[in-house]
Structure formats: C-alpha cells, structure tokens
Write a protein that binds this ligand. Structure first.
Ligand code: CS2
Ligand code: MN
Length: 357
C-alpha cells in the first residue's frame, strides 16, 4: 500500500503539503482540480501545475479524488454522450500526466449525507454524525442550509453552494431514475471509458454511496457486496474497480467489511480507512481510527487488505476535529495524521508477524 492524505489544493485546504510531508510514512496525496465543474475537460497546464507543486514538496500525486460525473451521465439523458467524451478526454490527459488512479461516485444529487458536522463527543472533540430520524424529518432542499453553519468557512466537496441552490431542479432530473436505470447508466458510462483506461492503465475506483442505503427516496446502487459485484461483472475489466471506504460501507452493519475486501480481491484500487461508532442502528458518529474508539475492528480491516495483496493508495478518512484546529469538517490535519500513523502501525505489525513466522 501507499499511504496518502487527501489534499484539496492551495487556496482550498487549511493543511499544507509541508505539513503532510512530515507525517511519518505518508508518501503521496490524493487531490483534484477543485475549481473545475463536473463535465468540464481538465486543462493540461492545470494538471501539470498540481503535479509539479506536489512533487516539489517531496510527495507524489497518488490519485485523483474525484473526477466528478455530470448528472446528465447519471440520469442518462441524450446529452450524456458529450459529457462522456469530455470525461474520456480528461482521463486521457491524466493518463498522459502519469496518473493511474481515479476515484468518482455515482450518487444522485448529494455526495455523502450527514446530519451533523460537529457533534461533540465526551473528550471534547467534534465529529460528523448521522441520525436517521433527522433525515426522515428533513426536507431535502433544507439539508444544505441545516449543516451550512458548521463548515468552518470551507466549501464541502459535493455540497458546493451553487449546486445546492439547484437541489429542486436536481431532484426533478432524477424523478424517473430508479435503481435499474441508474445501474444501466453506470454500465453505459463504464463501457465507454474502459478503452482509455486500458490505454493509459487508469484504475477507476468508484466510491460507495454514503450512507449505504437510499436517502430522500433517491436510488443508490453502490451499497453492498452483491450490488458491487453486479457492475464489476457487467464490465469485467480490472480497470473497473472500487474505492473500499470502510466508513461508507460500514454504515450498514450487515456489510462484513473484511469479508467484502477478500471477495473483491484485485478490484480494490483505493482504500479509505476510518472507524464509526454506532450508538444505535440508526445513529452513528465518526470516531478516532483506533478500533476501541468505535465499532469496527480496524486490525481485521487492515489485515484483509494486507492478505489480499492490496498495493494501491490508502488514506485515513474523515478525522475528528481536535486540539482546537479550524478546518473543513473531517479534513483537519491532526486526527488524520494520527489515523495515518495508526494504520501504518497496524500494517507494520501484520507484515512483520507474517514474514517472520
Ligand atoms: C469522501 C467522498 O469525504 C468523503 O466522504 O470519501 O466525498 C468521496 O470523495 C466522493 O464520494 C468520491 O467521489
Ligand atoms: Mn470515503
């Protein structure tokens, strides 16, 4: 595995490359051209500038999270072909720049959904949290407004204000898109992009729906082992793979995370590792990465990645906000640095106990 940290870019992130470089074992960052909109072709110069800046700081650009997919592609309207052509051109330019891992998602309207961005825990840290009752009571159009006060001034990816201003319109676009239609639109998209992925060895890593069930009546198709297998089989090319995000699949306690990792051997191209604490089945909060702080057995998750020969980029995921840091919720420096150190520790212990037997 290659330990990385997500970095939003100069001007967007409160964390600097210099700081990331000092986290032991972190070799690369996962980044994006944050200023681009879904559907745009990325400029070669901007890709190069991003890469040069990261490399000048002694790190590598280990992958892109995300090249976002335009709603026309997700909904399957006639304009999708033009947007797919743009997506292919962006992938070509990334491939030419020697980028080989691309994360994306196929969630309608909203990226991840949380009902609180700053729930206070007993130790004084604050975390992102989800309560089903709060979602059920909420008008989706008010979702953004209800959490906007807790973003610490940052623009949350997938929750850009101009996009959220169009929520009503977005819901209308998806009104006749059910799970089957969304599935066939995903397959159509994957089939179209596989040739360029093969040409440049670009591993596509779809991010799971978070939470791993339907919210606000919108269809969700990347939620469980059975559902993932279906589109991995429909486009059976190793470049069609997944991001294994423990905190997203793990929102549904029926998902056996180590078991999923083993079943998906060879198709996991990127790993997001984080822990959740369940207060009840319908209420969870994001915890520190340490197993005992949450509900997951992080040792078993990392062991499954190790045993299946996972060699792609891995990153700690949402961290708690601690030590007075002011940062994008989930994306401060301190707790993610602790997370990276912990995952590195688990990996070293597993590797040594296996190789010294
Ligand atoms: C991320 C997702 O912060 C997060 O929860 O894991 O927003 C992820 O970047 C996107 O869904 C991928 O397109
Ligand atoms: Mn994730």
């Amino acid at each position: 595995m290659i330990m990385t940290l997500r970095w939003y870019g100069t001007g967007y992130d409160t964390v600097t490359l210099k700081q990331i470089r000092q986290i032991p074992g972190v070799r690369g960052v996962i980044s994006t051209l944050y200023g681009t909109k879904p559907g745009e072709v990325w400029e070669r110069e901007e890709i190069k500038a991003l890469k040069d800046e990261i490399e000048a700081a002694g790190l590598s650009l280990s992958g892109i999270e995300s090249v976002n997919v335009h709603d026309a592609i997700k909904t399957g309207v006639p304009e999708r072909d033009g947007y797919i052509a743009n997506y292919i051109e962006t992938l070509r330019r990334l491939g030419e720049a020697d980028v080989h891992t691309v994360c994306y998602n196929f969630m309608p309207v909203f990226d991840w959904t949380r009902t609180e961005l700053a729930r206070k825990r007993a130790d004084g840290s604050t975390v992102l949290a989800y309560t089903q009752a709060a979602v059920d009571a909420l008008d989706p159009e008010k979702m953004f407004a209800s959490i906007a006060g807790d973003t610490n001034g940052s623009v949350m990816p997938g929750w850009e204000p101009d996009r959220m201003a169009r929520v009503k319109e977005l819901f209308a676009m998806y009104s006749d898109v059910d799970e089957e239609k969304l599935f066939s639109n995903l397959v159509y998209f994957l089939k179209a992009i596989m040739p360029v992925c093969n040409e440049f060895d670009i591993k596509m890593a779809i991010h799971p729906d978070d939470p791993a069930w339907s919210v606000f009546g919108l269809p969700r198709i990347v939620t469980s082992l059975d559902k993932i297998k279906r589109f991995l089989d429909a486009v059976d090319d190793p470049h069609n793979g997944i991001t294994f995000c423990s905190g997203s699949y793990g929102t549904n306690p029926d998902n056996d995370l180590p078991d999923m990792i083993r079943a998906l051997k060879g198709r996991i191209h990127f790993a997001h590792v984080r822990n959740l604490k369940f207060n009840s089945r319908d209420d969870f909060e994001e915890a520190a990465h340490l197993s005992s702080d949450g509900s997951f057995d992080m040792y078993e998750i990392v062991r499954a990645l190790y045993e299946t020969g996972f060699d792609g980029p891995i990153r700690p995921d949402h961290g708690r906000t601690i030590w007075g840091e002011v940062a994008m919720p989930g994306y401060g420096l301190y707790d993610r640095a602790l997370g990276a150190a912990y995952i590195n520790g688990l990996w070293e212990a597993i590797e040594k106990s296996e190789t010294r037997k």
